[in-house]
Write a new protein. Structure first.
Ligand code: BES
Ligand code: MN
Ligand code: MN
Length: 458
């Protein structure tokens, strides 16, 4: 039996198994979910074993364990490193979910649950593809190393030290992962560029303690006002970031790439409808896709301070806060950008307040040359698996691990995304389309088989 026949026969079981995985609330940010994190890691280890891995290990780290599996039974064939993450974002606000986040439910061909798209469902695609090759075709056609972390949503703090400590053991000819999205329904996609991301927190202190706004108001600096004024100066009227030298190292798009992006089957009208804002905005002189994929940004992610509960409380708070992030594109350097942003923030805020600036995380952008052979094999497998034309896209999201692996191992990184732009990742009602899930399993099986078909040339 071929792996594809095997997959077609087992589809209902796959969904049941994925639901089991999705029922585990493996939320990495909250310590009270530690037992669920452990449960998810154990669950995965068992599935790796039944997918044909000979060696499976759960490796503890300072926070959440890494699950590792290895199969090395295809001498003279390429070795693929598969990456995924089993941790998920918190599910709040719970009342916005049509069905509870950890009670997976299928509606109109979509599987709804926290983690269905990001990333448990997409990771499961690889496990099932490997299992089908292993069980139906009498063994894996390639050598496989699987690294699954539980800290992606909190910045992959311990993954990198694991990689460095195991550099030889993890050597591979390519990195393969599914943690991105397709351009749209029916458009299988390979992502060849991701933006990098730096995340910051700003703390602005005015008076030494909270003050009565009637008694003191008018004579003392209000940190919320001061912070808001500073923030309002971070963009100009053309939506360009005002941080000096922010754009210095930004790689301009080639005419060829610009044309390719313009010719993608993407409809601004549908995008506008999904976003639901009265109008779009962004850096002058660039298309919507260019703004999201190819241009750097500075976004406010949160701003708070003072009284936010019900009713009124007349107070001038001592402190106000903002969380913000910059998305970075080639060839911006995260360390340099962090210094520039900090310098600018300190310049736009007046002497009347004290400023604490923290860099919570940094991550480099990544771009690949998809003319390399392995990308061509991958796109052919997607077209076969889905029976649809596949495309190469860039994306605005960030997976810092990809850039790190690319620079350490100098290997191609193949990002086969099976999510959708409106999948609600990190939001209520996250879902994975079952059509993409099954198309994904078939495509990945075909890809791995093809990689094994002609020796180590890849
Ligand atoms: N899977 C996403 C990244 C992603 C999503 C890339 C869609 C491209 C398209 C990942 O789990 C994620 O959420 N990344 C974070 C950054 C991370 C360091 C917390 C992000 O992009 O905000
Ligand atoms: Mn993810
Ligand atoms: Mn995520």
């Amino acid at each position: 039996m071929t792996a594809i026949d095997f997959i077609e026969q087992h589809q209902p079981e796959y969904v049941e198994e994925l639901k089991e995985f999705l029922r585990i609330p493996s939320i990495s940010t909250r310590t009270e979910y530690k037992p669920d994190i452990e449960r998810a890691a154990n669950w995965l280890a068992a599935k790796l074993a039944s997918s044909g891995m000979q060696r499976v290990e759960i490796i503890p780290t300072a926070i959440h364990p890494i699950v590792y599996g290895e199969s090395a039974q295809a001498p003279d064939r390429p070795t693929i490193l598969v990456y995924g993450h089993y941790d998920v974002q918190p599910a709040e606000p719970l009342e916005k979910w049509l069905t509870p986040p950890f009670e997976p439910s299928v509606r109109k061909g979509n599987l709804y649950a926290r983690g269905s798209a990001d990333d448990k469902g997409q990771l499961h695609i690889h496990l099932k593809a490997l299992e089908a090759l292993h069980k139906a075709e009498g063994g894996l056609p390639i050598n496989v190393k699987v690294v699954i972390e539980g800290e992606e949503e909190i910045g992959s703090k311990n993954l990198w030290s694991f990689v460095i400590a195991n550099e030889r053991r993890l050597r591979a000819d390519a990195l393969v992962l599914s943690d991105t999205s397709m351009l749209g329904r029916g458009v299988p996609s390979i992502t060849y560029a991701l933006r990098g991301m730096n995340y910051y927190q700003v703390e602005v202190t005015g008076p030494a303690r909270d003050l009565h706004s009637g008694v003191f108001g008018g004579a003392v600096p209000n940190p919320i006002t001061v912070l808001a004024e500073g923030i309002s100066r971070l963009h100009d009227k053309n939506f360009r970031v005002t941080v000096p030298h922010f754009y210095d190292d930004v790689a301009e798009l080639s005419r060829g790439e610009k044309k390719e992006i313009e010719s993608l089957p993407w409809k601004e009208k549908e995008f506008r409808k999904f976003v639901g804002a009265s109008d779009l905005c962004g850096e002058k002189g660039f298309s919507v896709l260019e703004r999201m994929w190819c241009r750097p940004t500075l976004e406010l992610n949160g701003i708070w301070g003072g009284y936010t509960d019900r009713g009124a409380k007349t107070v001038i708070p001592s402190v106000a806060y903002a969380k913000m992030s910059t998305r970075l594109v080639p060839n911006q350097n995260p360390d340099k950008i962090a210094r520039l942003v900090e310098g600018h923030i300190r310049r736009v805020l007046p002497k009347s307040v004290r400023v604490k600036f923290k860099v919570l995380s940094k991550g480099r952008p990544w771009i690949a040359d998809y003319r390399q052979g392995i990308f061509q094999k991958a796109i052919a497998s997607l077209e076969k698996g889905f029976g649809k034309k596949a495309v190469f896209i860039r994306e605005g999201g960030s997976i810092p691990f990809v850039a790190q692996m690319q620079s350490l191992f100098k290997i191609p990184c193949v990002l086969l995304g099976f999510g959708l732009p409106d999948e609600n990742a990190h939001a209520p009602n996250e879902y994975l389309s079952l059509e993409n899930y099954f198309g994904g399993i078939k495509s990945v099986a075909l890809f791995y088989r093809d990689l094994g078909a002609n020796g180590n040339s890849g």
